[in-house]
Design a protein around this ligand. Structure first.
Ligand code: NAD
Length: 394
């Protein structure tokens, strides 16, 4: 009998969590609809890159503490069930409030009295209460908790232990059981009411998204004035703690930050001026860069190379990557676009770095992978991250 089942257990968040819980001594079942990902995990491999996870996966598998399955029947034998399925917004930016309740309904036959049901996905505020009502309708005596995941991809295996765990449940027993479960990862547990915890997660991501937006707006202001934002930023931050956290410019993308800012906007009746402004700035950065490039180059006669298609450095995740938006714009404006990435394996259109360097007239760093910092090239390079240390003016 296993201790914990994770619904969505082979995803970007579910798998590191499952491995970490198994590594803490618990028996873990990863339930996932994605057969390819399940087979991959059961063969001892990671469907998505996550530093440190492969070694830990090998360890917990060899000790028989973790298994993956597309069959939900093992869930009924677990004391705790954690749901961490995706909660994307639709193509118009609307949240799908049913995503988590739907996944709970799909395993309803496996839920039994006495279990702890932990929602770990990032949800629209009120979804925990929806699930509580669903559990009540099912007639099950189950403690429902909402304990949001706050790791950043690429740092999951350390952050699962280093970050405090936000734990919420309507009942004292639910709170105690959720705190005990996450106590396997850390002693630093923060207690909130479910609605507070739902907002806490959305505020966390939205805050980060808005901070990136102000940096990107500053970048555009300085650049339009003919100045290098990185020189100004370095001066502002030098021995000045109140500005030490001013981020650099760069693509603020990926599956979470914009999505969660839009969930918060929807929750506030779409009255979220700062959130929407942040979206316009961050999503506008590729368009801004291309409009600047058009002033200096005959793009229509040029081959442009895009370096890095993942949504962030050292990642293989292309979900909502602004590198692809850059690709779309430049394919319309230039003669040819060649894309490369050392980590991404899911896109057959990518070409080796060598071909890009041989053929491109202009390079744009679209994901700041550390390996690009050593590039020695003679063609112009657009480098908003200042990875090459040559400034960020375009
Ligand atoms: N990716 C991140 O860095 C991150 C960080 C913190 C929080 N989150 C949140 O965590 C949640 C999951 O994100 P993710 O990036 O891991 O998504 P993901 O798409 O990588 O993983 C979700 C997994 O759930 C599986 N799944 C979907 N419906 C299912 C069902 N009904 N039954 C069983 N399995 C099902 C999918 O096959 C997939 O493997 C989201 O709410 C996201 O906002 C993500």
């Amino acid at each position: 009998m296993l201790d914990v089942a994770i619904v969505g257990g082979c995803g970007h968040v579910g798998l590191p969590l499952g491995i970490a819980l198994a590594d803490s001594g618990l028996g873990v079942l990863l339930y996932d609809l994605d057969r390819k990902a399940v087979d991959c995990v059961n063969a001892g491999n990671l469907p998505n890159a996550e530093p440190g996870a492969a070694e830990a996966l090998a360890r917990v598998r060899s000790e028989g503490r973790l298994e993956a399955s597309t069959d939900p029947s093992g869930i009924s034998g677990c004391g705790a069930v954690i749901v961490v399925v995706g909660t994307p917004i639709d193509e118009h930016g609307n949240p799908d409030v049913e995503a988590v309740p739907r996944s709970v309904s799909s395993i309803a036959a496996e839920l039994r009295d006495g279990q702890l049901l932990v929602l770990r996905s990032t949800v629209y505020p009120g979804v925990t209460a929806m699930v509580e009502r669903l559990v009540e309708r099912l007639g099950k005596a189950i403690d429902v908790a909402f304990c949001p995941e706050r790791i950043a991809e690429g740092r999951a295996m350390s952050e699962l232990h280093e970050l405090p765990q936000v734990v919420s449940s309507r009942s004292a027993r639910g709170r105690a059981r959720a705190a005990e479960l996450f106590g396997h990862l850390t002693n630093d547990v923060v207690h909130l009411e479910p609605e507070e915890a739902e907002l806490a997660k959305l505020f966390t991501n939205t805050w980060r998204y808005i901070r990136f937006a102000i940096a990107n707006q500053f970048y555009m202001i300085a650049n339009d004035f003919g100045l290098d934002f990185e020189r100004v930023r370095a001066a502002i931050r030098h021995n000045y703690p109140r500005a030490a956290d001013l981020p650099g410019a760069g693509f603020a993308a990926g599956p979470c930050l914009l999505k969660d800012t839009m969930q918060l906007a929807a929750f506030n009746n779409n009255l979220f001026t700062l959130g929407h402004a942040a979206m316009m700035v961050n999503e506008g950065l590729p368009l801004y860069l291309v409009s600047r490039l058009e002033r200096r180059y005959e793009l229509a006669n040029m081959t442009v190379g895009l370096l890095g298609m993942a949504f962030k450095a050292e990642s293989d995740d292309i979900r909502s990557s602004l590198a692809y938006k850059m690709n779309r714009i430049l394919r319309f404006k230039s003669r040819e676009v060649l894309c490369t990435d050392p980590y991404v394996t899911s896109d057959p259109h990518l070409v080796p770095l060598k071909s890009v360097l041989e053929r491109a007239d202009l390079l744009v760093i679209t994901a700041p992978h550390a390996s690009y910092a050593d590039l020695r090239v003679s063609v112009p390079v657009v480098d908003v991250w200042n990875l090459l240390g040559r400034g960020v003016r375009v």
